[in-house]
Write a protein that binds this ligand. Structure first.
Ligand SMILES: Nc1ncnc2c1ncn2[C@@H]1O[C@H](COP(=O)(O)OP(=O)(O)OP(=O)(O)O)[C@@H](O)[C@H]1O
Ligand code: SF4
Ligand SMILES: [Mg+2]
Length: 381
């Protein structure tokens, strides 16, 4: 079902010194200069401040904390986690439409500084975003032709005729009829509008597309078509994706690597096979166990995520997951677990090495997909 992909093993971080990463890529020869990653972040943080009333002290919400990631060209990194864990905040920072509170974002090895407008403009043509709501993200008073022409008009020196040719070619490539260039967004179905949004994102041939829940607003019958379109175009144009989704079956279809977030922090990050088939962190196991999947035995109690998520304004001390974790011990209440290498992935859990090794929370083989199986198909959805 899945298109062939480069090795799943190319982790998002340099391999650790230890050998507990059997699926790691071979290290380059000592003399070879490692290529800079397409995208890298160091200690990336974003917080928001609020007052409950004008005289109250400011409260701080840490939407994103200490995110370290590396994404290479042509790869897909999926980010998963409950609502409010910081996925869209991360997406906005990486799409350069929001500013970090601290930490850095590097594109092709160069740090992006928000006050360097020239560098930012160049970087913005390299990074594009596809939003969840295709209707809201398309200008209602522009025709599809104008929407697709705009990035070329603003960021290139192409003449009108050449731009029109490129718009037509891209429309055809995403499965739209070039004759529809004069139509308005409201004249299209949701799936067609998302095709327009994808086409617009790719007009400048970016190196990275940040896709925040790109199919969750679509009818299940067209999700597979749009996902397959994204994958095909990714391979054709060599685009890397940062792909955000609540749906683990979609993530399983799309991703090379998976990063699991909880209350603004990365708690597990590794190859798709590692994280979805051999999850280590109790939160990852719980997320997977709560994914409805045909043919999987009922979820054992040790994998169920208990209680409601804590308030992000007042996260629990120590491991923020301890209020819901079936394996929590005294240390979990007081000490934040570091993100460290274990069994081929990075995981933040004090007891990663001693948790039960069974895989009741893992996804089986290739997922039988609950309801919206992304079969490879094309069509005009
Ligand atoms: N502009 C803002 N001001 C204050 N708090 C914000 C702001 N934007 C986001 N937040 C808070 O930051 C946290 C992370 O929000 P974010 O939108 O990144 O979550 P998410 O993982 O994308 O959630 P969802 O799955 O529901 O889209 C949430 O607690 C949210 O309330
Ligand atoms: S550190 Fe403790 S509370 Fe946190 S996930 Fe691990 S076992 Fe659970
Ligand atoms: Mg979001």
């Amino acid at each position: 079902m899945r298109a062939s992909r480069p090795s799943e093993a190319a982790g998002a971080q340099p391999p650790p010194a230890s050998t507990d990463r059997p699926d790691a890529m071979p290290l380059p020869a000592k003399t070879a200069q490692p290529l800079p990653a397409l995208l890298q972040t160091h200690a990336l943080c974003r917080h928001y401040e609020q007052r409950s009333h004008p005289l109250a002290p400011r409260r701080r919400l840490h939407a994103l904390q200490d995110i370290e990631l590396r994404l290479d060209s042509g790869r897909t990194l999926a980010v998963v986690g409950e609502s409010g864990c910081g996925k869209s905040t991360l997406a906005r920072l990486l799409a350069l439409i929001d500013t970090p509170s601290s930490g850095s974002v590097l594109l092709h090895g160069r740090e992006l500084r928000m006050h360097d407008r020239c560098a930012l403009r160049a970087a913005r043509s390299q990074v594009q975003m596809v939003f969840q709501d295709p209707m809201g993200s398309l200008h209602p008073r522009q025709t599809i032709g104008q929407i697709l022409d705009e990035p070329l008009r603003v960021a290139t020196s192409l003449g009108r005729a050449e731009r029109a040719d490129r718009v037509q070619a891209m429309m055809q490539r995403v499965g739209l009829h070039p004759g529809q260039a004069a139509h308005w967004p409201h004249m299209f179905s949701g799936g067609q509008r998302q095709r327009v949004a994808i086409a617009r994102a790719l007009m400048l041939r970016p190196a990275l597309v940040v896709a925040d829940e790109p199919v969750s607003a679509l009818d299940v019958s067209v999700r597979a078509q749009v996902l397959n379109l994204l994958m095909d175009l990714g391979q054709e144009f060599g685009v890397a994706y940062l792909f955000i989704s609540h749906d683990l079956s979609v993530v399983d279809h799309m991703a090379d690597e998976v990063m699991v977030m909880y209350l603004g922090r990365c708690v597990e990050h590794g190859s798709r096979g590692c994280v979805l088939r051999r999850p280590v962190h109790p939160y990852t196991r719980g997320l997977i166990a709560s994914t409805p999947t045909l043919g999987r035995p009922a979820t054992p109690a040790s994998c169920v995520i208990r209680a409601e998520p804590p308030s992000p304004w007042k996260p629990p001390p120590g491991c923020a997951f301890h209020t819901r974790c079936p394996h929590a011990t005294a240390i979990c209440h007081v000490q934040l677990p570091a993100l460290r290498w274990h069994d081929g992935r990075r995981v933040a859990c004090h007891h990663a090495g001693s948790l039960p090794g069974s895989l009741p929370g893992s996804l089986p083989g290739e997922l039988p997909q609950a309801g919206q199986a992304p079969q490879r198909a094309r069509g005009g959805g």
